[in-house]
Design a protein around this ligand. Structure first.
Ligand SMILES: NC(=O)c1ccc[n+]([C@@H]2O[C@H](COP(=O)([O-])OP(=O)(O)OC[C@H]3O[C@@H](n4cnc5c(N)ncnc54)[C@H](O)[C@@H]3O)[C@@H](O)[C@H]2O)c1
Ligand SMILES: [Zn+2]
Length: 370
């Protein structure tokens, strides 16, 4: 690939109580909307989205999300949408709901509206979904013709979500520059299908800067369920900067290791995307031979956000090394983004880096308790 490619959503709106303005923003884009949300999210924001649409004369068809961004769930919801003649698909919720909504809209060829109710991932802006099996194992990335048309981010709703979600989104966003930097160096192909642009590079760098400046303040804000300027900055970093930065800047080791972890059963299955990405980032830094002070900067930051930095934190303390090797094999299999690192890595290298990242963090924790 020799061309530079940058892609982005149509419009991004962020502020307090914007879910109640959904109708105003969607007006003129279509007449019947499929509103996809799970039970919990319906009560928090889905019903408000539907009410706002109806006030603007747009019919809202409720579609209950089953919990997994899997092919069967996407087909089921697409059938429901077809049956109701929808021309707008609105995903309200966390990353899996949003990924499902994007896939459903791709099949229906309508207007795609994304309403994240957590800042837990950088899924909202991208033109792709991460597809899993019905049992939650990573299957593939699905790419679409276009990014979502409209993204409505309600910071009041996000401030009310459990703090773990925000911390997870910070971890996902902190991987953005680490991975984009590797892709730029390798001149590899990004998720947007070309070489990284200077715009994506600048956005990914800015994302990291905002997180180190305001991440902890935003995390503390959410513990009190308040919207502060620090939280607004970090929600934008987690959602817009990270979304644009990872898609047009590219993924590399951190997300490959995340995907590797999904092959394991047990408690790790209940860890968030961001928690697995946090550890995956430490693994990439270890592979890249980053110096001690740099690695410690990330470990220290994750600790302030209560993110996992050791295998024990990831509930993998007693996992046999053969199982960790399966993780490393999955992270380096054909088509995985570990191939975007500027040097070749084997499953064996990744296994050693997983164990090294665990050990580096243990050593840092021990130093703190001296
Ligand atoms: N497509 C992309 O570009 C992209 C990027 C990053 C991550 N992802 C994907 O995103 C998924 C992870 O998303 P996630 O971490 O948001 O988790 P999730 O979507 O699995 O779960 C979110 C949970 O939070 C609950 N919830 C949502 N809003 C809430 C609120 N305000 N208060 C209380 N509870 C609330 C939901 O009911 C749900 O149980 C993974 O599948 C990952 O692969 C996709
Ligand atoms: Zn991610």
């Amino acid at each position: 690939m020799t061309e530079r490619v940058f892609i982005s959503p149509g419009k991004y709106v962020q502020g307090k109580n914007v879910v109640d303005k959904t109708g105003e923003y969607v007006k003129g884009l279509g007449s019947v909307a499929l509103v996809i949300a799970d039970d919990i999210v319906w009560d928090i924001a889905g019903s408000r989205v539907a009410n706002s649409l109806e006030q603007s004369g747009i019919a809202a068809v409720k579609a209950e999300f089953g919990g997994e961004a899997s092919r069967s769930e996407i087909e089921r919801l697409a059938e429901q949408g077809k049956g109701s003649n929808v021309d707008i698909v609105i995903g309200v919720g966390g990353g899996k709901t949003l990924d499902t909504a994007k896939a459903v809209n791709d099949r229906l060829n309508g207007v795609c509206v994304i309403v994240p109710t957590t800042a837990s991932t950088d899924a909202p802006t991208s033109a792709l979904s991460v597809i899993y099996s019905d049992t939650g194992e990573f299957e593939s990335y699905a790419f679409y013709r276009k990014n979502p048309d409209l993204i409505l981010v309600d910071t009041k709703v996000i401030a009310g979500a459990p703090p773990l979600f925000l911390a997870s989104g910070i971890a996902d966003a902190l991987a953005t520059w680490i991975e984009a930097r590797a892709v730029i160096e390798a001149r590899a192909t990004t998720m947007a299908g070309g070489l990284p642009t200077l715009a994506a590079e600048a956005i990914a760098k800015k994302c990291e800067e905002v997180l180190f400046d305001y991440g902890v303040l935003a995390y503390e804000s959410v513990k009190r369920k308040v919207v502060t300027p620090a939280l607004e900055a970090v929600v934008e970093a987690n959602t817009l900067l990270s979304g644009l930065g990872f898609e047009s800047g590219g993924l590399a080791g951190a997300h490959a290791v995340h995907n590797g972890f999904t092959v394991l059963e047990g408690e790790i299955h209940h860890m968030t995307h961001g928690q697995k990405v946090a550890f995956g980032t430490l693994v990439q830094l270890a592979l890249e031979q980053r110096p001690l002070h740099e690695i410690e900067q990330y470990i220290d930051f994750y600790l302030q956000l209560d993110l996992p930095v050791t295998l024990e934190d990831l509930k993998l303390k007693d996992t046999p090394v053969e199982d960790l090797f399966r993780v490393a094999q999955a992270a380096t299999k054909e088509g995985e983004t570990a191939a975007n690192l500027p040097f070749k890595v084997t499953a064996d290298d990744v296994l050693d880096a997983i164990l090294a990242a665990d050990q580096y963090s243990k050593a840092y924790k021990a130093k703190l308790s001296l």
